[in-house]
Ligand binder design. Structure first.
Ligand SMILES: [Mg+2]
Length: 230
């Protein structure tokens, strides 16, 4: 039987958040007691721990992110995100074709779909729920597992091995993302990679990086399923 583990990035690949910066900036204020702005950095493809460090570096703030402060930040970020979504300040929606795609993939026997994302697990799962993807996706690796994105595909594969009852060969695992960093993480783990042009980078630019497959978006469900199973 054909088996595949498909590991989706979230932001720019499956979902888009409107005003997502509100929660991140609130969490900085509530944790560290001063203001800094996520909109001063390019967060695409980075894990949340790296994004936080980048924000402080860009603002010339010499902040020591201790373990304790990090835990407080994670808790505050989750609370701020939940509030912002509840109040409608932040909205999370799926990109075109995503819902049809994950539903189609859920019907394929031997196919497992999970996540590899830089979001912390608590906020990543919140975003999945808000976008209506909670019933389909959740198990995988998150920015709370490692600050280094390249570590995440391997962690996701191990978690899935415990659920499936065996390790799938890395060649049967596919990272789906929207940035060169998703591709780097896939290559580092010797997994295949499908890139899509729905995030910051246009598909023409991503094609030059020679991923295993490249699509402009998910609207052609059949073509994407074929690319993932091929
Ligand atoms: Mg992304």
């Amino acid at each position: 039987m054909l088996e595949r583990l498909i590991l989706f990035d979230l932001d720019g690949t499956l979902i888009r958040s409107r005003n997502g910066f509100v929660a991140f900036n609130d969490a900085i204020k509530n944790t560290f007691g001063f203001s800094a702005d996520i909109r001063t950095v390019v967060p695409d493809g980075n894990t949340d721990p790296v994004i936080l460090e980048d924000i402080f570096t860009t603002a010339n703030l010499n902040v020591e992110i201790t373990e304790e402060r990090w835990r407080a930040f994670a808790k505050n970020l989750h609370e701020s995100y939940a509030n912002a979504i509840q109040q409608g300040l932040t909205t999370v929606s799926t990109l075109p074709g995503v819902l049809d795609l994950v539903k189609a993939l859920a019907k394929v026997k031997g196919l497992y779909q999970g996540v590899v994302t830089g979001n912390l697990e608590a906020t990543g799962r919140l975003k999945l729920e808000a976008a209506g993807l909670g019933p389909y996706l959740g198990l995988g690796a998150y920015g709370s597992d490692s600050r280094n994105r390249n570590d995440l595909p391997g962690i996701a594969r191990e978690r899935w091995a415990r659920v499936i009852g065996k390790s799938l060969p890395v060649g049967d695992c596919i990272i789906v993302g929207d940035t060169p960093k998703d591709l780097a993480a896939a290559r580092n783990s010797r997994m295949r990679c499908l890139l899509m042009g729905t995030g910051r980078y246009p598909v023409e630019e991503l094609e030059l990086l020679e991923p295993d497959a490249c699509v402009s978006d998910f609207t052609d469900t059949k073509a994407v399923v074929n690319a993932l199973l091929g």
